[in-house]
Design a protein around this ligand. Sequence first.
Ligand code: ATP
Length: 309
Amino acid sequence: MTGNAIEINGLRKTYAGQKGTGPKEALKDIDLTIPQGSVFGLLGPNGAGKSTLINILAGLVVKTAGQVRIWGFDQDVNPRQSRAAIGVMPQELNLDPFFTPRAALEVQAGLYGVPKSQRRSDEILALVGLEDKAEAYARTLSGGMRRRLLLAKALVHSPHILVLDEPTAGVDIELRQMLWANVRKLNEQGMTIILTTHYLEEAEEMCDEIAIINNGEKVAQDSTANLLGRIDRKTMVIHPASAAETLPSGPGMTVTKRADGAIVITYRAADTPAEAVLDAVHAAGISIRDVKTAEADLEEVFLELTRSR
Ligand SMILES: Nc1ncnc2c1ncn2[C@@H]1O[C@H](COP(=O)(O)OP(=O)(O)OP(=O)(O)O)[C@@H](O)[C@H]1O
């Protein structure tokens, strides 16, 4: 099946003002489509509105205006079906301390109306590596284990869409790898994944497509490759065979010398071929011991898109 997992049109959220402050427009007229089967990244600085957006999808925050369709179901017209299509792993570790992981999954499955015969609690516990903690009280689980349990809870009703809100904030490497391995596996099985993250390199590595939200507005949405392609600046670092006396120069090149003697040249790939940069280096009488090039990363795209606003 092809199509959109999520379709959002004209979405607005205004929180009522608290003491001494006016109302807060957290989302201002957002349009967003998320293709089925993708791993989709929702990025933005603190306070951009990501959690508000996710909480609206999860049915935890009531929107002020706009239309939200989840797996084709309008949230206002078919609230039950649209809720059933999505599972959310929240940021906060909000677990009942007196439930064991197995009991927590059974309760969650009950809330979603999953019949006993279709429950997969043990399979899901195994997926997240909690099978040997199935009967431990949640209060005895480590922070990492609690996060695993939150992921497990998001999966009990076999949703089409899994939303992960800052899943790796403050988690150790082992848990992070477990999470990403699971995300990849679930995505390969056809699940659409939406994640928010502050770690740009993580989004770069994991996501096919990314939307950047800033100050309640969508400032970009594109494939990860296209977003990275937006910044055409390249950097070449030349390590000269002997100390350079003259610095190379040429149209479209910015040249600086580092304390270690390396020469750093930035240029736009569209206007300046790498060969022209190397020619300029040779023309300055420099012989090259080593050379490295670097592309823009998502951090630069992100800064460029969110800086001016
Ligand atoms: N319940 C609320 N009442 C009033 N204002 C709120 C409420 N929840 C969020 N806000 C405000 O709405 C804006 C968007 O917040 P939101 O939590 O959605 O941002 P975010 O992008 O998820 O940020 P973070 O990454 O810090 O969680 C912020 O200015 C926040 O202070």
